[in-house]
Design a protein around this ligand. Structure first.
Ligand code: MEV
Length: 294
């Protein structure tokens, strides 16, 4: 049995979504293959994997993950692996899988939202706490609720660039939380990000790439205020602005990846090659996680 688990991007609304503001995410056409292979030795795993295996009562198993995407890239690796292990072992319905994977992720990390686990399970464009789309499900934790819907629309071409260093979701979410708890300044930023997301959803529904790009640039500027961008991210984002419709960091930041909506693909790729960074020329996909016998 092999589980195909898709990476995800956040187009608009990361960090704000932790506090219940809207966000728009999507799975992309980059899948990790996840296998559970019987093994005799007691292997050491990350806390996420360890917790998932313990929950399932699995010992002596080797979790093999095949992906070209580096971990810590903000593209959902931990949620993908948790979900991938669960689906290897049991036949989950999408909602049940999203709930279980989020519970494990939240208990391990102690913070965050269910956006990654839900996106990977549902597939396609996923809107959190928005007013449109086809309703999916609702998840609540500590007084915050997240209502999910899918946005049926055309796939979006996207170039994803790894900035060269890992970002820690836990650290970056904790950093932003300090700002959030300090006063109205961070709340105003979150509100603005929420408005950008709502406008972004309308642009995505119309496949208006120029508008999507413009709003991504605005969203990135707001995120930058929290100090979660880095010099390599800024370099990639500025190339993305020049040769794309727009670009921004995606996920928690502090490292990780940048998404670009390409305009002049040839020049964009040439410029990125000069930076010597890992580039994925991809698009969003309607598919969520699935399994297949091999
Ligand atoms: C992580 O992909 C996105 C964040 O908003 C954290 C979360 O929602 O759990 C930064």
């Amino acid at each position: 049995m092999v589980v195909y688990s898709p990476h995800k991007v956040i187009l608009f609304g990361e960090h704000a979504v932790v506090y219940g503001y809207p966000a728009l995410s999507a799975t992309v056409d980059l899948f990790a293959k996840i296998y559970l292979i019987p093994s005799r030795s007691g292997l050491q795993y990350t806390p996420f994997v360890q917790r998932t295996l313990s929950f399932l009562g699995l010992n002596n198993v080797y979790v093999k993950v095949e992906t070209n995407v580096p971990s810590g890239s903000g593209l959902g690796t931990s949620s993908m692996i948790i979900s991938g292990i669960l689906l290897n072992e049991k036949d989950y319905q999408k909602e049940a899988l999203a709930n279980e994977a989020f519970r494990i992720e939240y208990e391990t990390q102690g913070l965050g939202s269910p956006i990654d686990t839900t996106t990977i399970s549902a597939g396609g464009f996923v809107l959190t706490n928005g007013k449109v789309g086809v309703p999916l499900w609702k998840i609540e934790r500590n007084g915050i609720s997240w209502n999910f819907s899918t946005i049926p629309t055309r796939n979006l071409e996207m170039v994803i660039v790894y900035s060269g260093s890992k970002g820690s979701t836990r650290e970056q979410v904790a950093k932003v939380k300090k700002f959030y708890e300090r006063g109205s300044f961070a709340k105003d930023i979150m509100k603005r990000i929420g408005n950008i997301t709502e406008e972004g959803v309308r642009a995505v529904m119309k496949s208006d790439v120029a508008k999507i790009g413009e709003l991504m640039i605005e969203n990135h500027s707001e995120l930058k205020i929290f100090g979660i961008s880095t010099d390599p991210i800024e370099k990639i984002v500025s190339i993305g602005r020049e040769y794309g419709y727009g670009s921004k960091l995606t996920g928690a930041g502090g490292g990780g990846a940048v998404i670009i909506i390409p305009r002049d693909k040839e020049k964009l790729m040439k410029k990125l090659k000069e930076l010597n960074v890992i580039v994925f020329d991809t698009s969003t996909t309607g598919a969520g996680i699935f399994k297949r016998s091999e």
